[in-house]
Ligand binder design. Structure first.
Ligand SMILES: C[S@@+](CC[C@H](N)C(=O)[O-])C[C@H]1O[C@@H](n2cnc3c(N)ncnc32)[C@H](O)[C@@H]1O
Length: 332
């Protein structure tokens, strides 16, 4: 059981009836709170929860509509996303409580101040390195407008400007990451066909690829609903078409790909997590056609080359700059 769920269950009497659990972990909490439903923006966790608790967890960028007696927010990793989700939940909760639970080191005290801007907030419990806060929504805020919260910026690329739209909580929100910038400069000589942007974020790489290789079929994949929605908006803003998939890890990607291009993830919230990137490298060959290419940008300190050599074959370092490297390997 996630420690945040354990903290909730210390006062289970508060969480009976039709409760909405937002950003909940993929643990047994829905089993312990039979009246509750979940809202997740993580495709993998939502899938796990729905396997165990059929139909009780929705996925997307907005809370499932309904009459809830209360809602609990499990602290998300970004401040902007916390603001958006708190407001989206509060808009459905006139006069009813909105709880917030999170790890101290993830910034729950800072988020409690955000909660306090919506109504009176008080700390109910502190245990397992987590805190539980309760807010009373005094004045129901308007449903937040995601369009207004989106950051829009323009990248001046060699082949013209690219509009990028990024929603709260999306990687490198509102700016271009250094690693992604390096990758954008090294997208030449890719095989054409079906090409995957793995961990697409706001869709910068996938949209650039579609524009540079219009004859290729682009697939953009991300685990996060806000990233998926951002990518759709980025593609539309540039008049580009591609398939956008919400899925967890390379297993969710199609096969017979001509290339997989990625600035792969290695951070998740306050915890470092290499799982998705390592699995990508280990299983890339299953998703690439013979002669297909894996091209990655990564921090130079990450020891990906031995893993790439083990699972795909010779790993070439295309360039190294500002602590980032681009690797490429061809599937035999
Ligand atoms: C380093 S960011 C790169 C984003 C984007 N490609 C760019 O260059 O700006 C990695 C992305 O991988 C996504 N991600 C994390 N874990 C994932 C997983 N298990 N499956 C798919 N995508 C994942 C994150 O949501 C994030 O958008």
């Amino acid at each position: 059981m996630d420690p945040r769920s354990e903290v909730l269950l210390r006062q289970a009497e508060l969480f009976q009836g039709s409760l909405l659990l937002a950003g909940l972990p993929a643990d047994d909490l829905l089993g312990r709170l039979p009246g509750a439903v979940g809202w997740s923006w993580h495709a993998g966790e939502q899938q796990l929860l729905n396997k165990r608790f059929s139909g009780r967890c929705s996925f997307g960028v907005a809370p499932p509509p309904g009459e809830y007696v209360a809602a609990v927010l499990f602290l998300p990793k970004s401040r902007e996303l916390t603001d958006y989700v708190l407001q989206a939940l509060a808009a459905q909760l006139a006069g009813r409580p909105l709880y917030l639970v999170g790890e101290k080191r993830a910034g729950v005290e800072r988020a409690a101040k955000q909660l306090a801007s919506l109504g009176r907030a008080r700390k109910l419990d502190s245990a397992r390195h987590c805190q539980l806060w309760q807010g009373e929504i005094e004045q129901t805020p308007a449903v937040p407008d995601l369009d207004a919260l989106a950051h829009q910026f323009t990248l001046e690329l060699d082949d013209g400007p690219l509009q990028v739209i990024s929603l709260p909580g999306v990687f490198s929100h509102g700016r271009l990451d250094v690693g992604s910038a390096l990758l954008l400069e090294h997208l030449d000589n890719l095989p054409s066909g079906r090409v995957l942007d793995f961990g697409c974020g706001a869709g910068v790489i996938g949209a650039t690829l579609k524009r540079r290789y219009p004859q290729s079929e682009l697939v953009l994949l991300d685990v996060d609903a806000f990233a998926v929605e951002s990518s759709r908006r980025t593609l539309a803003a540039n008049g580009l078409e591609a398939e956008v998939i919400a899925g967890d890890g390379i297993d969710a990607a199609p096969r017979q790909l001509a290339a997989i291009i990625s600035n792969p993830p290695f951070h998740q919230g306050v915890h470092t997590n290499y799982h998705a990137s390592e699995t990508l490298i280990e299983r890339a060959a299953e998703h690439l056609s013979s002669g297909g290419e894996l091209r990655l940008v990564a921090n130079a300190f990450l020891r990906y080359p031995p893993l790439i050599e083990q699972h795909l074959g010779a790993c070439q370092t295309v360039v190294e700059r500002n602590g980032f490297r681009i690797y490429r390997a061809i599937c035999s």
